[in-house]
Design a protein around this ligand. Structure first.
Ligand code: FAD
Length: 428
């Protein structure tokens, strides 16, 4: 006998887990989450775990960002898990944006900080040591901006907490159970196939991150989102104070005019956790290439990353201390308009998708999970009308990865005015 569920969620990353939990909270009784590996072993396990109203301070969206309610919901959601006693390493230490060049400082000053957090304030370089428990000296820094609402979590611990809530509410989580096919009859979902047997259901939500298109393509559907390799590094303990804010370091490399890309750094169990967005190899190696099931053997960019860390070490002395490191890779999926893809998949009744995380899925997952769960269960959500994130908003403009990637380069390029960005237009 096949298993039977009301709703099947495919993918146990932060998107799928958030959705499964909120479906149960919205009153759907029989929710089953199917995960190929273990929970958060894809991109979510690599997530830095920084929480803030990111789109609201992004020049791509600004003060009017439609995602602000989603971002606020996510931040409250993790604070709620912490308040309920779950150990998720939750710390509301704020975010300190540090401009390491004049161009970066000019850019930072133009961002819409007050919309993101009315308590935000400017930080003189001389005050940085005080604000960071001595971790940032402020030497050679142009200025900074502090966002008190910013917080941080450890994503692997979030997975445990959310799984606990799902099972407590009667949901079923099947790990090591990959979905091989979504069954459709007469234009309607009838279930999914897995090596461990079929699951009959009338509603399926694909939240399989960088692997979502693998499941959707046989049904003639395509999510316009491209995977971008992104890695984070964790050091052994270095005596970093637990109170250190998340640091966003901009303008580190002279060749990145306009502020360029950001290196992010935070404390993690006394050590440092860092990573960043860059546009050079291997960022684009998964574009128009099959995404391997395991991301752990992807390469890292030893050159640019090391150069940026070396430069940052001039004002974060702990970065220059010898330390063993652990690396984890992810493949966040970027969309042409920097907005997620959440809602019904056109052409197949009962099929939904939740993807296009734009590297903000830890912050946005709970909010989109709630909004989509409400939509599936009740047809509408008080948190957000999902129209701006609907999957078919581009019409037929993007039918493959190459077209999508070019559009991503053009939109994200507004943030990265560096020369290396032009080179990033060529997938490698
Ligand atoms: C280095 C790094 C730092 C980041 N930092 C932050 C941050 O500070 N703040 C923030 O908000 N976001 C951050 N992000 C982004 C965030 O991690 C992602 O947006 C988010 O994890 C994407 O979640 P997901 O559920 O869409 O994908 P995933 O976590 O990849 O989940 C998809 C799941 O689907 C499963 N799957 C695939 N195919 C199948 C199948 N056929 N059947 C069943 N299961 C399947 C996979 O195994 C995987 O577990 C960061 C990402 C990286 C890589």
């Amino acid at each position: 006998m096949p298993d039977r569920s009301d709703v099947v969620v495919v993918g146990g990353g932060v998107m799928g887990v958030s959705l499964a939990l909120h479906l149960l909270e919205a009153g759907v009784e029989n929710v089953r989450l199917l995960e190929r590996d273990g929970l958060f072993e894809g991109t979510s396990g690599a997530g830095g775990g920084f929480l803030a109203p990111w789109t609201t301070i992004s020049p791509l969206h600004g003060a009017e960002s439609k995602a602000l309610p989603i971002e606020r919901y996510g931040m409250d959601f993790y604070a709620g898990l912490h308040a309920a006693g779950y150990d998720i390493d939750y710390r509301r230490n704020g975010v300190l944006w540090v401009a390491a060049s004049e161009a970066a400082w000019n850019q930072v000053q133009q961002l819409t900080w007050y919309a993101a957090d009315p308590g935000s304030f400017e930080v003189e370089p001389g005050r940085m040591a005080e604000l960071t428990g001595g971790a940032v000296s402020g030497d050679g820094v142009y200025g900074g901006r502090y966002l008190p609402c910013g917080a941080q979590v450890t994503t692997a611990k979030v997975a445990v907490a959310m799984a606990d809530r799902i099972t407590e509410r009667g949901g079923v989580i099947d790990t090591r159970r990959p979905v091989s096919e979504i069954r459709v009859r007469n234009g309607r979902v009838t279930g999914v196939e897995t090596p461990g047997g079929a699951v009959d259901c009338e509603t399926v939500v694909v939240a399989a991150g960088a692997w979502s298109n693998r499941l959707l393509e046989p049904l003639g559907a395509f999510l316009p989102a491209v995977p971008q390799v992104t890695s984070r590094i964790i050091t052994e303990p270095l005596g970093i104070p637990e109170t250190m804010p998340v640091l966003m370091l901009q303008g580190l490399m002279p060749g990145e005019p306009g502020g360029g890309t950001v290196l992010w750094v935070r404390g993690h169990h006394g050590g440092l956790l860092w990573g960043g967005m860059y546009t050079t190899y291997p960022r684009n190696i998964l574009v128009d290439a099959p995404v391997p099931d395991r991301l752990d053997e992807l390469p890292t960019d030893g050159v640019l990353e090391n150069q940026r860390v070396a430069r940052a070490a001039t004002f974060i002395p702990a970065l220059s201390r010898p330390a063993s490191i652990r690396v984890k890779h992810g493949a966040p999926c970027y969309t042409p308009d920097d907005m997620a893809l959440v809602g019904p998949v056109p052409g197949v009744e009962g099929l939904y998708a939740m993807g296009g995380d734009n590297e903000l899925g830890v912050t946005h997952g709970p909010g989109f999970g709630k909004a989509l769960a409400d939509r599936v269960a009740h047809g509408t959500s008080d948190l957000a009308d999902l129209t701006p994130w609907r999957i078919d908003r581009f019409g037929n403009r993007f039918t493959n990865q190459a077209e999508t990637f070019q559009a991503v380069v053009e939109s994200v390029g507004q943030l990265l005015v560096g020369e290396d960005f032009a080179a990033a237009g060529e997938p490698r």
